[in-house]
Write a protein that binds this ligand. Sequence first.
Ligand SMILES: Cc1cc2nc3c(=O)[nH]c(=O)nc-3n(C[C@H](O)[C@H](O)[C@H](O)COP(=O)(O)OP(=O)(O)OC[C@H]3O[C@@H](n4cnc5c(N)ncnc54)[C@H](O)[C@@H]3O)c2cc1C
Length: 520
Amino acid sequence: MTPSFRASLRDLAAARPDLLIIGGGITGAGIARDAALRGLDVVLVEARDFGEGTSSRSSRLIHGGLRYLEQGRLGLVTEALRERAVLLRLAPHLVRPLPFVLPVFRGDRLSRWKVTLGLSLYDVLAGRGNVRRHQSLGKRGVLRLEPLLRERGLVGGALFHDAQCDDARLTLAVVRAAAARGARVANHMRVVDLLRESNRIAGARLRDELSGEEGEVGARLVVNATGPWSDAVRRLEDPAARPNLRATRGSHLMIPAARISNRNAILFTSPVDGRVMFVLPWGEWSYVGTTDTDTDEPADQVHATDADLVYLLRSANALFPGAHLTPDDVVATWAGLRPLLAARPGLPEWAVSREHRILRGPGGMLTIAGGKLTTFRRMAAQLVDRAAGELGSAPGSGRELSESDPLPGGEAVVVEGFRGPGLDLGLPPATVDHLLRLYGGEAPALYTMCRERPGLAARLHPEHPAIEAQVVFAVERELARRPEDILARRIHLATETRDHGARAAGRVAELLAETLAALR
Ligand SMILES: Cc1cc2nc3c(=O)[nH]c(=O)nc-3n(C[C@H](O)[C@H](O)[C@H](O)COP(=O)(O)OP(=O)(O)OC[C@H]3O[C@@H](n4cnc5c(N)ncnc54)[C@H](O)[C@@H]3O)c2cc1C
């Protein structure tokens, strides 16, 4: 179990790590873990909360990406499918197999034979790490799996498997794994400027966003892993740096599962514009995504627009005509900026590469941008190889650990064995399931808390199975420092209750303050 240790400005002032990583999304977290596993001295700083940028606003898929097959990007798909197999193993509680139904309608851009061909190739590329081989379905087969799907024009389809993840908790788990291997990590710690020693970038000026105080950290090498913010951070090194990214906004909306009645994940082409879209199950909820709109809005302010909502609802209604979804059904929305690599002007959004790029700035700072949640480990390995070269150390030693060292909670092979003890404690089955899903092999630590302080078994919100012990755990072990860190990214009340967790907010704030006071 990792201790909660948020490095302070004073800790950081005394450090001179091999690597200072700026940005605590999945990319920065992955680099911190990989580097720490290889024995490098690492500091990771995040301006807001871990994962608060793009890495908690994704479609939550760990996937090869069927649409990249359409673009002929076999290398990217093969790599991502391999990563899917690794992540299913490293964090089975956070990354889970997900059955998808892919319906084909008359006139769709993807015909039945193209779908069969694509999925056969997908199975082959997944090799031995495949979740399950796809199955071609006739119209009746599709309707057996999804009885409320539009029947008009349906000609058949397929059933295939990919994986779904809890993106915010996956990012957090990777940060904690890095910390467990010695990395010093701090959320709410913003880089406001870079330090130089004879024209080389040699550290950063920091502002602790919780206290408002400023300080400095020196470093042998600085890595910019700030996703959609990475061009802004590059300009701290070189004000004339040309943009490396082209941002597109992706929005999702969450609705009660009972209102749309999908039983599986559905991958379909939007009848509005022919784009590939998803309806994805999430416990009591389903979410619909995503849009892909070129935008120059600031990354801090990105949100789902009314037009996004209309587009997503129209697409979902066309797929499930009996649902008659309206904006009143929408419980929550989230949107993020895809940090896509800038490509030739005039290329449509969907055709812009999801691959990543490593750049070296004139002061020696390494910037990594692009990529996907799914391939974070591969990106991290490449960046740390490059960093090791810059630092003059051997890249090899410890490199393989990233593929075998389980993430926190992923150590237990069969989490199901923890169900009985939770029920024996008197926790409701829905709460036990929720704890197993979020904490995996760490669930017993929450049981212990409930045993020692029975009040912590109380529910936080009448609509949600989360309990008070999770708030204490979030502060003690998961570096949560503000109520929003807990409501939005540790236990998801913000997106999984109709009032966005408002009824629990007071109690969450109280427990947070109490726990922080006890830690000091
Ligand atoms: C709508 C959408 C859907 C997606 N769906 C999927 C999917 O299903 N599967 C998949 O594999 N990928 C998906 N992706 C892609 C994936 O989410 C991103 O590639 C990934 O999350 C990017 O992570 P990152 O760490 O590079 O960036 P971010 O997560 O944005 O992290 C960058 C961090 O840097 C921090 N930062 C910025 N400036 C500073 C500073 N000055 N000091 C300190 N910190 C700073 C930010 O606060 C931020 O937390 C999706 C992306 C979007 C937008």
